[in-house]
Design a protein around this ligand. Structure first.
Ligand code: XMP
Length: 512
């Protein structure tokens, strides 16, 4: 395992992703993790991340002793480099001037991490302190205008340090630098491919679940679908996926999910709880209240079904969840910050802790794009892998004001036309998410000789990398024109269509 020690940089996760993309198994560990925890991972090399601290801060995070004692190759990035220098007897100078952004790097010695790279290229800097004097047995191998020691190494070739960030895409040859460290410096072989991983996960699941049975809340989204495929391959029909129809899904969604999984040989335990959801939502307007009620009801319904299955088969012992690595990191960080509030997961599917099941989380070391790649290896169709994200509370948060069955049906029709047209114009895969929102106002229109007084729907489509920020999608006018015409002509009760042209921030993607 390539162990990435986290000193708190915003880029730490990126280091991990790059290393894995390069085909090396890697894990992230807080800098103050115990030696035992780290030893368990069988480290083969260490990468020290950047971080916001200065080595002169009181309580500045330190590189733990076991790293030095291990004899393993070490790459320090930004703060990681400064901590290396500081702890090995060199000098880091405090500075209030930040070097931030692109810088020209001049490679002085094309060895180690710089093997086969050009003598000059652009790197991404983000630091204020800088290295002024090297520890004994070290040499500088690259400089930039502001950093005389932009890259250094120990003469024995064990330690490397770079002031810039090879993990961000703005650093030219960043990937090559990391690859050189792993292959040329640490002499590691690639050991991380999706098909290896998938076989390994299946084997582990089979071992863990043994002769028992395992359940899963399957939504048809990417994460739970990939978990379903793994479980199906691992234990066959001792895996029981539960699909809860909240009544708040897209048009035909339950049927499509059932059909898709049927085609993959997976039989879904289907529960229609829509009546119950509409009842608890009756008259509720506040978005957070909607989310709360939907969340609780979902848990209740799922729990009741799980207990029924348990009565039917005594050996339903395991509950699988599609938790991903960012969730794991996030909650670890939150746990560590004393008093910090753990972000309330707004995912429906967050289940209470004291369930009578052992939790199985096969995706807990993976990032979203890795999950997609895994799903592909496992044979999931694009209709699932490329599906837009859909919020747990479903259409309830896309109906502004009280949620009724009639409102849902109307919105389903509008949404269906929009999505269908996006697909047939080849635009669906170009946007992160697209949907319609039903507004709580009526406006005047004219149809034929009649004055109408009917609903307004808003269309929303955004592009995004991760949902944290988003731009409104510049969909072609002819397309919007065509969709608006179809909606007003075909959906009774709608006489006006508007298009949302705000980005996030300041708006959010959803309207509620
Ligand atoms: P916002 O509206 O916060 O959305 O910009 C960011 C992403 O999160 C999704 N979203 C939710 N997902 N439960 C979910 O499972 C929710 O309550 C929820 N609210 C927003 C949203 O669809 C977008 O992809």
């Amino acid at each position: 395992t390539v162990v990435v020690l986290d000193f708190g940089s915003q880029y730490t996760q990126l280091i991990l992703r790059r290393v894995r993309e390069l085909g090396f198994y890697s894990e992230l560990v807080p800098y103050d993790a115990t030696e035992q925890e780290v030893t368990k991972l069988q480290p083969a090399a260490f990468i020290l991340s950047g971080g916001p601290a200065s080595v002169y801060d009181e309580n500045a995070p330190k590189i733990p002793d076991y790293v030095f004692k291990s004899g393993l190759p070490v790459l320090g990035i930004c703060y990681g480099l400064q901590a290396l220098v500081h702890q090995l007897g060199g000098r880091v100078e405090r500075s209030d001037r930040r070097e931030f952004g692109p810088a020209k790097l001049h490679v002085e010695k094309g060895i180690g991490v710089f093997e086969d790279l050009p003598a000059e290229f652009t790197v991404w800097m983000s630091h204020s302190d800088r290295v002024e004097e090297l520890p004994d047995g070290f040499e500088g191998i690259a400089r930039s205008e502001n950093s005389p020691y932009a890259a250094i190494r120990s003469l024995d070739g064990r330690y490397y340090g770079v002031q810039f960030h090879p993990e961000v895409i703005h650093t030219q040859y960043g990937k090559e630098i990391l690859r050189n460290f792993l292959k040329k410096v640490a002499h590691l072989e690639e050991n991380w491919s999706m098909s290896d991983l998938s076989e390994e996960l299946i084997r582990q699941l089979r071992e863990r679940i043994g002769g028992g049975r395992v359940i899963l809340a399957l939504s048809g989204g990417v994460d739970s679908s990939v978990v379903a495929m793994l479980l199906h391959r691992a234990v066959g029909n001792r895996f029981i996926p539960i699909f809860v129809n909240t009544g708040l899904l897209r048009k035909n969604e339950p049927e499509e999910v059932i059909r898709t999984f049927d085609g993959l040989g997976i039989k879904i335990h289907y529960v229609d709880a829509s009546e119950r959801f509409f009842k608890v939502l009756d008259g509720v307007e506040d978005p957070e209240e909607k989310r709360k009620r939907i969340g609780h009801t979902f848990i209740d319904v799922f729990y009741e079904e799980a207990m029924k299955l348990r009565e039917l088969y005594g050996d339903v012992k395991y509950l699988a969840q599609g938790t991903l690595y960012p969730d794991v990191i996030e909650s670890k960080v939150a746990e560590r910050k004393a008093g910090a509030k753990i972000k309330t997961h707004h995912n429906v599917g967050g289940l209470p802790e004291n369930l009578p099941f052992e939790i199985v989380e096969p995706l807990r070391y993976l990032f979203k794009d890795e999950v997609r790649a895994l799903g592909k290896v496992l044979g999931l169709p694009d209709s699932i892998l490329k599906r837009h994200p859909f919020p747990g509370p479903g259409l309830a948060v896309r109906i502004i004001g009280p949620v009724t069955r009639e409102a849902v049906v109307l919105l389903q029709e509008v949404d269906h036309i929009f999505i269908q047209e996006l697909k047939s114009w080849g635009l669906y895969d170009q946007v992160w998410q697209a949907f319609a929102v039903l507004l709580p106002i009526k406006t005047v229109g004219v149809m034929g000789d009649y004055r109408t007084y009917e609903n307004v729907v808003a269309l929303r489509a955004v592009t995004s990398e991760d949902g944290m920020t988003a731009d409104w999608a510049k969909l072609p006018h002819e397309f919007l024109n065509h969709v608006a015409k179809r909606i007003v002509n075909e959906v009774k009760g709608v006489n006006r269509v508007v298009y949302d042209i705000t980005s996030k921030p300041p708006a959010t993607i959803e309207w509620e």
